[in-house]
Design a protein. Structure first.
Length: 311
């Protein structure tokens, strides 16, 4: 991990935020890794507009290709900045991340996942400072945007369909409920996560929702499956485990790790031992052999949870 992640079109806030999150979560990071975290924070603060929104794409000509906004990249940036503001080893990086988070957290997005990503950063901030009014307000807004579970026992999900990064929603509810001292939110999140884990487990292995999503009454496609699905489920199970101590959440992390290692619907590993990279997904014809930043960082983030559990 020696450079800021980039895509064919240039540099992307989405991927830089993912990288910062992985770097900051690493216990006792090596000096070069910590230094890369500094570069990621600098990139994100440069991407932020005066209104708190973020650009997402920077071209190779060093010009932003979009206006500042509050899409998923805004939420992921706040998640990463909130985490860095609390956990980065260097005080000046923590200060810069905190200032950028506080500005961004004044905004709101109409998108459920954008708000859920942002809530995870707000939970980090509120965990470090329970009096952080800006973070607490964002958590309340995110929980309201996600909503309550449906009373339909067969489909309790608060959306009409599963789409992408689904476990993010219960993860954000548990995080918000913990920070706000709201047991109802925690219970809602755990209820949704238990249903999702059961729904995405097939023949003893993880079978994440495929690209294109799935809803009640629809035929459920098996492929394409994306690493972000396994990673988001592992993150949510790790939070649930920390909150409850219930061993079933540890088993959920194991399912996600095993999915990367080859215990999946295609019986193919998503980890390339030669490069340490993660393949981009499982398709009907096998692995997508591209090893993009999103997939590799999803793999690393999931494996970090195993390290944390052993430490």
């Amino acid at each position: 991990m020696g450079a800021i992640p980039r895509r064919g079109c240039g540099y992307c806030v989405d991927d830089v935020a993912r990288a910062l999150l992985v770097i900051t979560r690493q216990p006792r990071p090596a000096p070069d890794v910590a230094a890369l975290g500094e570069r990621c924070v600098a990139f994100l603060t440069h991407a932020q507009g005066t209104d708190g929104g973020f650009h997402n794409r920077l071209g190779y000509d060093r010009r932003w290709e979009d206006a500042p906004g509050v899409g998923d990249w805004w939420g992921r940036a706040l998640w990463a900045l909130g985490t860095a503001a609390v956990h980065h080893p260097d005080s000046w990086v923590r200060d810069a991340a905190r200032e950028s988070f506080s500005l961004g957290a004044t905004r709101r997005s109409p998108a459920v996942r954008s708000m859920a990503f942002a809530a995870l950063g707000a939970a980090e901030m509120a965990g470090a400072d329970p009096g952080d009014i800006t973070a607490l307000a964002l958590l309340r807004a995110a929980a309201a945007t996600i909503g309550r579970p449906s009373p339909d026992a067969g489909w309790p999900w608060p959306e009409p369909r599963l789409t992408y990064a689904n476990a993010l929603l219960p993860d954000a509810l548990v995080a918000a409920g913990t920070a706000l001292g709201d047991d109802r939110l925690v219970d809602d999140g755990l209820h949704l996560l238990a249903w999702l884990l059961a729904t995405e487990t097939r023949d003893g292995h993880l079978s994440p929702t495929a690209v294109g999503g799935w809803g009640p009454g629809e035929d459920r496609a098996t492929f394409d499956q994306q690493p972000i699905e396994a990673a988001s489920l592992a993150d949510a199970c790790a939070r649930a485990l920390a909150c409850t101590g219930d061993a079933r959440w540890s088993a959920g992390i194991d399912l996600a790790v095993s999915w990367f290692e080859g215990d999946n619907d295609a019986a193919l590993a998503l980890l390339d031992p030669a490069t340490g990279g993660g393949y981009d997904g499982l398709t009907v014809s096998g692995r997508n052999t591209n090893q993009g930043a999103e997939s590799t960082l999803a793999l690393i983030a999931t494996m970090q949870l195993v390290q944390r559990r052993r430490s």
